[in-house]
Design a protein around this ligand. Structure first.
Ligand code: GDP
Ligand code: CA
Length: 324
């Protein structure tokens, strides 16, 4: 079975760990979000690609859900001693090595997709991880502070401001001119199922879908497309997804997120059992829906995520059967 997953960082990565356990023989291609990428200290940092790579490769800091395990921060404090920031973005010493290797390879002319493959040679994530695009795309968020409207980099909004002010707009700068990375459209065309894990619908999956050609390829693949809600009981399980959903005019609920993707894209949607009352609304929007436990309560063991992955694959099978 060939499975394509569109993934952000932590929600995508933890789900993928469960998917690998649920479908050990499947051939899994992950299309990773690069809209969160940022240049820091002259280095290219790809937080979502690295979260997937470290989580599946056994190098993740489990409590945080991002960054390396057993991390130290000597480089960061030396940089701070020079007065060189930003201090709000936590790059550890082990993590720095990844960004140095990546930046060096990019400087030598390799595209990000080839660099990601090279980094994965070390981590052996057990999936094929492809960035959504080799072109530079940077998510910016429009905010208003002191009566002045300005756009900030997504990381500044998320990490520095902690989404404490309203997001007025979310723009994947550069997306319109970008092309999908080599292998992305091919993987979608050859997939038996496409899964949207419980990743952020706006700044993770939304950004991937903003790369011209990707949304169309998924809609036209003619295979079941199923998703899992990152919103449980009208709130994001982690993080501030409600803030960026509001920016695109979508309420923070499992049903509203399903409708936002729409029946033109999505065939099936899993909501948490606490949102069982939303099943009817989602099905009336033309999206097959089931309520099952959706909390990855044991991220390290991944038992809950594996059960979620089995439910997603079962829902995909139902969609396939109904279509005949
Ligand atoms: P990021 O790039 O690190 O923010 O990660 P993603 O975009 O992949 O995932 C973020 C989303 O994952 C957030 O909106 C969370 O609500 C969601 N999430 C995190 N843990 C869980 C969980 O256990 N269950 C569900 N359903 N969603 C989760
Ligand atoms: Ca992210």
């Amino acid at each position: 079975m060939r499975i394509v997953v569109l993934a952000g960082g932590i929600g995508g990565a933890r789900f993928l760990r469960g998917l690998k356990a649920a479908a050990p023989d499947a051939d899994i291609t992950v299309i990773g979000n690069t809209g969160d990428d940022i240049h820091l200290f002259g280095l290219k940092v790809c937080p979502d690609l690295d979260t997937v790579m470290y989580t599946l490769g056994g190098g993740i800091n489990e409590e945080q859900g991002w960054g390396r395990t057993d991390e130290t921060f000597q480089v960061k404090s030396e940089l701070a001693a020079y007065g060189v920031g930003p201090e709000w973005f936590g790059l550890g010493d082990r993590d720095f090595a990844t960004h140095i290797v990546r930046t060096q390879m990019l400087g030598a002319g390799y595209p990000l997709s080839a660099v990601t493959e090279a980094l994965c040679d070390r981590w052996q994530p057990g999936v094929r991880l492809i960035p959504m695009s080799d072109d530079r795309i940077e998510t910016h968020v429009a905010v208003e502070t002191d009566g002045e409207r300005k756009a900030v980099h997504f990381q500044e909004y998320w990490v520095k401001l902690r989404a404490s002010v309203d997001a007025l707009a979310v723009v994947p700068v550069g997306a319109e001119q970008a092309k999908p990375a080599p292998g992305v459209l091919e993987a979608i065309a050859e997939a038996d199922v496409v899964i949207f894990p419980p990743s952020n619908p706006v700044v993770s999956i939304g950004t991937i879908l903003a790369v011209p050609g990707i949304r169309e390829a998924i809609a036209e693949a003619g295979v079941p497309v199923v998703g899992l809600s990152p919103i449980v009981g009208d709130a994001p399980v982690r993080g501030m997804a409600d803030k960026v959903l509001a920016a695109v005019g979508v309420e923070a609920s499992a049903a509203a997120v399903a409708e936002h993707y729409g029946s033109g894209l999505l065939d099936g949607w899993l909501v948490d059992t606490v949102d069982a009352a939303a099943v009817e609304r989602i099905e009336s929007a033309g999206i097959r829906c089931r309520a099952v436990p959706l909390l990855m309560t044991d991220p390290e063991e991944g038992t809950a995520a594996a059960a979620m992955a089995r439910e997603a694959l079962a829902l995909a099978e139902e969609v396939r059967e109904v279509r005949g």
